[in-house]
Design a protein around this ligand. Structure first.
Ligand SMILES: Nc1nc2c(c(=O)[nH]1)N[C@H]1C(S)=C(S)[C@@H](COP(=O)(O)OP(=O)(O)OC[C@H]3O[C@@H](n4cnc5c(N)ncnc54)[C@H](O)[C@@H]3O)O[C@H]1N2
Ligand code: MOO
Ligand SMILES: [Mg+2]
Length: 418
């Protein structure tokens, strides 16, 4: 039997990230761009706001006219025009004249300040409109100046950023009807195993339902790539080999689950060999997922993830996700990390680094973690509630409740209060 030599997790990640697989770019409509990765920087091609404008509903005035105004000495200005947002004034106020102006309208030529509606008294004298002002207004008061939000030429969002609602607002501001985004990598998925049933099938002796491929589809989508599920395969060398070979024509990355260890029906190692693929590693010093295998063939990447559900999940997160993120031009291909305090003992030392599926909770500024279920490679139930991995380095010691450990966060939280 083949004896495999485990390599450290970081070394395995580095080997994958050293592959030359790169992403490409396409143009899509703004309305379809949510969640996609930008393939170019977004640069302001004009000032924002593009003109001086009023931040209030009020009156655009010449501040000099108010210099003698006071509580006991109100001044009066004649209102010669009114403009709303989207309209440009046609008149230029002369001494003691004002223009009624609404929020967002451009500051009329000849005026240099705005006074809010609430601060004036409106009066009519011989069918003409006037306002009474009882305070001095300074030049520049209540103006929203051209370029105060951003200046033309500023890079506002970097290539690789995810298009959030806020980024969309900027894309619209700068006229991106079409948005340059990273093409979603096509990721093929096979679940291997004669024991596997589809979700609609009833359980039979010795069989289980295939949970890995729906999970991987979800992980691929969450990474921003395009999953292509090619079905499940019986543990038969010829079927598996032909299917893998054909699928490689259609994808950038091919993920298989199961059949990657040293068992009698674990055919992936032989498939890589017959293909002539270069195997980067087939054993990693981690638990779960030690059997995770990554290979390259003709510029296509093959990820042989474990059949064990927790191992499969961890294998994808640690090795497949970062290279997909890089192909999407992300500056942050790895998951967010922080530290947290264990709420459980892990007394048994393990030679391999453990990635324990955990849930985090925050109390008074400190993050605590506890496992979400059975800490075994074959556990499927621990995956549902997990929002982080607690990383317990391999070695000769165990871990105790209260120990501070590294966390890899799997998703954004949420809160039950505002
Ligand atoms: N003698 C040894 N045996 C095993 C070793 C070893 O080093 N020496 N490694 C163990 C470790 S660690 C793991 S992890 C597993 C990996 O197994 P495979 O990747 O070859 O996967 P399978 O043998 O096909 O299946 C393992 C397990 O997972 C279940 N499974 C498979 N596919 C699915 C699926 N799509 N959905 C849900 N569950 C699935 C399968 O029924 C098995 O129970 O090998 C250990 N053995
Ligand atoms: O690869 Mo296995 O999952 O280490 O447990
Ligand atoms: Mg096996």
């Amino acid at each position: 039997m083949e004896r495999r030599k485990p390599i450290p997790v970081q070394e395995a990640v580095d080997k994958v990230m050293a592959l030359s697989y790169e992403g490409s770019t396409e143009l899509i409509s703004l309305s379809e761009s949510d969640g996609r990765h930008l393939s170019e920087d977004v640069k302001a091609d004009h000032d924002v706001p593009p003109f001086d404008r009023s931040p209030y509903d009020g009156f655009a005035i010449r501040s000099v006219d108010t210099y003698k105004a006071g509580q006991d000495s109100p001044i009066e200005l004649e209102v010669i025009e009114e403009i709303g947002a989207g309209t440009v004034a046609t008149k230029i106020p002369e001494a003691n004249q004002a223009i009624r102006i609404m929020t967002g309208a451009p500051i009329p030529e000849g005026t240099d300040a705005v006074i809010m509606l609430e601060l004036v008294q409106e009066i009519k004298v011989e069918a003409k409109d006037f306002i009474k002002i009882k305070r001095r207004v300074k030049k520049g008061d209540n103006l929203s100046l051209q370029g105060e939000d951003t200046r033309k030429g500023t890079i506002l969002v970097e290539k690789g950023s995810i298009i959030t609602p806020g980024v969309k607002a900027l894309l619209a501001t700068f006229g991106y009807a079409k948005v340059p985004v990273a093409v979603k990598p096509d990721v093929g998925i096979f679940a291997t195993g004669t024991e596997l049933l589809d979700p609609e099938e009833a359980l039979e002796p010795g069989k289980i339902r295939n949970s890995n491929s729906p999970m991987i589809e979800g992980q691929v989508k969450a990474a921003g790539a395009n999953p292509l599920y090619f079905g499940k395969l019986d543990d038969d060398f010829e079927t598996c080999f032909t299917s893998v070979q054909q699928a490689l024509e259609k994808v950038d990355l091919l993920i298989t689950t199961g059949g990657v260890s040293v068992g009698d029906y674990d055919y992936l190692p032989a498939i890589y060999e017959k293909l002539g693929a270069t195997v980067l590693f087939n054993k990693v010093g981690m638990r779960p997922g030690s059997v995770t295998t990554v290979a390259e063939w003709n510029g296509k990447l093959l990820f042989g993830l474990s059949g064990n559900p927790s191992a499969c999940f961890v294998g994808f997160e640690l090795f497949a996700r970062p290279i997909l993120k890089r192909a999407l031009f992300s500056k942050y291909p790895y998951r967010m990390k922080s530290m947290g305090t264990l709420l459980t003992d892990f007394p048994k030392p393990n030679p391999f680094t453990r990635f324990v599926r955990c849930r985090t909770e925050e109390r008074e500024g400190r993050v605590y973690v506890k496992p979400t279920g059975l800490d075994k490679s074959g556990s499927v139930t621990s995956l549902a509630e997990a929002n982080a991995f607690a990383v317990l380095p391999g070695g000769t010691r165990g871990f105790k409740s209260g120990d501070l450990v590294d966390l890899i966060h799997l998703r954004d939280g949420g809160s039950d209060y505002l």
